[in-house]
Design a protein. Structure first.
Length: 270
């Protein structure tokens, strides 16, 4: 039998070696600096974190925080709409560089993305009609609880009400409409968002809090330089007082939490 040419054999070894190499980690920080643009995922349907104004411009705490971080890098920010259901796919396919929404760092989500330190601590509650029970335990079947597709609040409710029945929507305003029209009996929501809805619809009320909810900025996995930059930026904005100014602008109160720890900022953040 004729021998296989040595050149062809070495070529196959080289190909196999390439496929054996681990995938190169993303370097979003370098990409953002190179392009001069940060693609920020923000909500258009979840005030005060994110909504749109009369001119269709994205506004809210998430948009302002993204702008403040882009300013630290000296780059522009482009806002990309996200929902509970699209935020992670948009991050994974490169449509956004980071997601500045109301996203809880669940174990399931951490299988595909990474998170910064918590930048907001909120609570989970029910949004109901005035006069209805404020206790989540009173909303088992046949009552229906509305929320958005992909929301972690589904699992939060199930932890205290395992047999809960849900009506899921793509965007949050549709859940509010369902409650107002009697197609749902309650909405599983975060208190900060619920307060914004009650301000608009006084015939609604907020229930009793039943979960403390930490939100992180979502980034792609194994992108440590970018994640560290965001972590440090959050603490620097807190140290300067800019974070608190933005928070009070949108939430109409001082943050009832601290950044990094209850004792001080991360050592080295001055």
């Amino acid at each position: 039998m004729a021998k296989r040419p040595a050149v062809r054999w070495f070529a196959w070894v080289a190909v196999l070696a390439v496929f054996a190499l681990p995938a190169r980690a993303e370097d979003t920080l370098a990409k953002v600096k190179s392009t001069g643009v940060m693609l920020a995922g923000v909500r258009f349907d979840f005030p005060p974190m994110g909504t749109i104004d009369a001119d269709g411009k994205p506004v809210g705490f998430g948009a302002d925080l993204a702008k403040a971080i882009a300013d630290k890098l000296g780059v522009k920010v482009t806002y990309v709409q996200t929902t509970s259901n699209t935020r992670i796919p948009l991050l994974l396919n490169g449509s956004i560089d980071a997601e500045f929404g109301a996203t809880t760092a669940t174990v399931k989500r951490e299988e595909v993305v990474d998170f910064t330190i918590p930048f907001i601590w909120d609570t989970v509650t029910l949004l109901v009609k005035q006069g209805a029970s404020l206790d989540v335990h009173d909303y088992g079947p046949p009552k229906k609880i509305a929320t958005t597709q992909g929301s972690a609040n589904i699992d939060v409710v199930k932890a205290v009400l395992p047999n809960a029945s849900f009506v899921l929507f793509q965007e949050y305003p549709d859940a509010v409409t369902a409650l107002l029209n009697g197609k749902a009996d309650a909405i599983a929501t975060n208190r900060s968002n619920g307060l914004a809805v009650v301000e608009k619809y006084p015939n609604l009320a907020l229930g009793t809090d039943f979960f403390h909810d930490p939100w992180g900025i979502a980034v792609r996995e194994n992108d440590s330089k970018w994640r560290k930059f965001l972590n440090h930026s959050l603490q620097e904005l807190w140290k300067s007082g800019q974070y608190q100014v933005l928070y009070e602008k949108w939430f109409h109160e001082k943050p009832a939490f601290t950044m990094w720890s209850q004792y001080r900022l991360q050592p080295g953040i001055e």
